[in-house]
Design a binder for this molecule. Structure first.
Ligand SMILES: *[C@@H]1O[C@H](CO)[C@@H](O)[C@H](O)[C@H]1NC(C)=O
Ligand SMILES: *[C@@H]1O[C@H](CO)[C@@H](O)[C@H](O)[C@H]1NC(C)=O
Ligand SMILES: *[C@@H]1O[C@H](CO)[C@@H](O)[C@H](O)[C@H]1NC(C)=O
Ligand SMILES: *[C@@H]1O[C@H](CO)[C@@H](O)[C@H](O)[C@H]1NC(C)=O
Ligand SMILES: *[C@@H]1O[C@H](CO)[C@@H](O)[C@H](O)[C@H]1NC(C)=O
Ligand SMILES: *[C@@H]1O[C@H](CO)[C@@H](O)[C@H](O)[C@H]1NC(C)=O
Ligand SMILES: *[C@@H]1O[C@H](CO)[C@@H](O)[C@H](O)[C@H]1NC(C)=O
Length: 364
C-alpha cells in the first residue's frame, strides 16, 4: 500500500512538475532569444565595421558582415558588450587572403577594448594613427602580419592598455619611450621584429608593483618579450623595480649586467621570476654575485653571452627548474651537485672557460 502511494506520488511529480520545468526552460530560452535580438548593433559601430570591410576590398572573410543583420549577433570576429550593446572586441585572424593596410575606419569603433589582428600575412603598411583614437583599448595584438614601420609613439596615449603584442611583424626603429607612460601595461611582446636601439628606462615605471611575496594573491607581474630583434645597450637600472614573471631578451645585442632585474642582491630573493631567456646577447656579469636565485624559476637560458664567475650553489635547490642553460659563456669552478642537478646534461654547461664536475669532466 505504502509502495503504491509512493508510486502514485512519483507519477504526480512526473506528470505535473516535469512539464512545468520544461515550460520554464522554454520560457527562459525564449527570453534569451528575445534578449539576443535586442542586441542590435549600434549604428556607429556598424558603419565603422562596414567601412573596415570596404577598405579591405569587401573580402570573403567578412561575408557575414551585411547591413541587414546585427553585428553583435550575426557577424564573425565581432564581440559586443552584453549591457551596452557596443562593439568591444574585434578579432580577425588566420587568413592569408586579406590584403591591404589596417583601415583608418577602425577608429570609429570607439568602445573597442580588445583588438586582435593575428596571422594575417597580407596585411601590410604602418600601424595607423587611427589606433590612437581607440582610447578604451586594453589589449592590442597585431602579430604575424606584414605590418612594418615604427612601433608608433602614439601608443603611449592608450592609457588603458594592459597588453601590447606586436610580435612577428616587420617593425623597425626604436621602442618609443612613450610606452613608459602606460600605467596599466603589464605585458609587452615585441619579439621577432627588426627593432634597434635600447630599452626605454621608464618601461613599466608608472605601474605600481606589489612588493612580491608580501601579497602573493593580488600581485602584479610584468611580461616582457623582446627576442629576435637587434636591440642593444644595457638593461636600465630602473627595471630592477619591476616585478617580472617572464622576461625574454634572447637574440639581441644587449650588453652589461643583467642581475638587477633578475635577482635581488640580498640573501633572500623576493623576485617572482619564473622564465628568463637572455641567450645570444653580449651580457657580461659575475653569476656568482647572485647570492639568491628566484625560487619560482622554471626556465633559465643565459647561453651565448660573456658571463663569468661560477654557478650559484642554490641552483641545485630550485625545485621548479626544468630548463637550465649556461653554455657558451666564461664560467669557472665546480658545477653544484645534488638536488635537481641530475636533470641537466653536458649540453647545459658546455663551452665555458673552466667549469668542471658532473656532468663535465672532474675538477682537478
Ligand atoms: C583564399 O583564397 C583561395 C583562392 O581564392 C580560396 O581557395 C581560400 O578558400 C581562401 N581562404 C580563405 C580563408 O578565405
Ligand atoms: C570607454 O568605456 C567607458 C566604460 O567602460 C565608457 O563610459 C566610455 O564612454 C568609453 N569611451 C569611449 C571613447 O567610448
Ligand atoms: C607574445 O605575447 C603573447 C601575449 O599575447 C604571449 O602569449 C606569447 O607567448 C608571446 N609570444 C612570444 C613569441 O613570445
Ligand atoms: C643588427 O645590426 C648590425 C649592426 O648595426 C647589423 O650588422 C646586422 O645586420 C643587424 N642584424 C639584423 C638581424 O638586422
Ligand atoms: C665573482 O663574485 C664572487 C662573489 O662575489 C667573487 O668571489 C669572485 O671573485 C668574482 N669573480 C670574478 C671573476 O670577478
Ligand atoms: C639547499 O637546501 C638545503 C636543504 O633545505 C639547505 O640546507 C641548503 O642550505 C640549501 N643550499 C643553498 C645554497 O641554498
Ligand atoms: C644550450 O644552448 C646551446 C647553445 O645554444 C645548445 O647547443 C644546447 O643544446 C642547449 N642545451 C640544452 C640542454 O638545450
Amino acid at each position: 500500500m505504502a509502495m503504491t502511494t509512493r508510486f502514485l506520488l512519483l507519477l504526480v511529480v512526473l506528470v505535473l512538475v516535469v512539464p512545468l520545468q520544461l515550460a520554464a526552460a522554454s520560457a527562459a530560452s525564449g527570453k534569451k532569444t528575445t534578449k539576443k535580438g535586442d542586441r542590435r548593433c549600434h549604428s556607429g559601430d556598424k558603419a565603422a565595421l562596414l567601412a573596415v570591410k570596404a577598405a579591405l576590398g569587401n573580402p570573403y572573410h567578412f561575408a557575414s558582415w551585411t547591413p541587414d543583420t546585427s553585428c553583435c549577433d550575426d557577424w564573425y570576429d565581432v564581440d559586443c558588450d552584453a549591457a551596452t550593446g557596443r562593439v568591444v572586441g574585434l578579432a580577425v585572424f588566420q587568413d592569408a587572403n586579406l590584403t591591404g593596410a589596417i583601415p583608418d575606419a577602425i577608429a570609429g569603433l570607439v568602445h573597442l577594448q580588445n583588438l586582435m589582428l593575428h596571422h594575417l600575412p597580407g596585411i601590410s603598411g604602418p600601424i595607423p594613427s587611427a589606433i590612437a583614437k581607440l582610447s578604451n583599448l586594453s589589449q592590442l595584438t597585431i602579430s604575424w602580419t606584414g605590418v612594418s614601420g615604427p612601433v608608433p609613439s602614439f601608443l603611449g596615449s592608450l592609457t588603458k592598455l594592459t597588453l601590447l603584442d606586436l610580435s612577428f611583424n616587420s617593425l623597425s626603429g626604436a621602442i618609443p619611450a612613450s610606452l613608459g607612460n602606460l600605467p596599466n601595461l603589464a605585458g609587452i611582446n615585441l619579439s621577432r621584429n627588426r627593432l634597434t636601439g635600447t630599452i626605454p628606462p621608464l618601461l613599466f615605471s608608472t605601474k605600481s608593483w606589489s612588493s612580491s611575496s608580501s601579497s602573493p594573491d593580488n600581485n602584479q607581474q610584468a611580461y616582457l618579450w623582446l627576442s629576435h630583434n637587434n636591440l642593444s645597450g644595457t638593461i636600465p637600472a630602473e627595471l630592477a623595480a619591476v616585478n617580472f614573471a617572464h622576461i625574454d631578451l634572447s637574440r639581441n645585442a644587449f650588453t652589461g649586467d643583467a642581475t638587477p632585474i633578475l635577482f635581488s642582491g640580498a640573501g633572500v630573493n623576493s623576485k617572482q621570476l619564473q622564465y628568463v631567456d637572455l641567450s645570444r646577447n653580449g651580457f657580461s656579469f659575475n653569476l656568482s654575485a647572485v647570492a639568491a636565485m628566484p625560487e619560482q624559476l622554471y626556465f633559465m637560458d643565459v647561453g651565448h653571452n660573456a658571463i663569468y664567475g661560477g654557478i650559484p650553489a642554490q641552483v641545485a635547490n630550485l625545485t621548479n627548474l626544468q630548463f637550465f642553460n649556461v653554455s657558451y659563456n666564461r664560467l669557472c669552478g665546480h658545477i653544484p651537485d645534488g638536488g635537481n642537478m641530475p636533470r641537466f646534461d653536458v649540453f647545459s654547461f658546455q663551452h665555458n672557460k673552466c667549469l668542471c664536475g658532473t656532468p663535465l669532466p672532474p675538477c682537478n
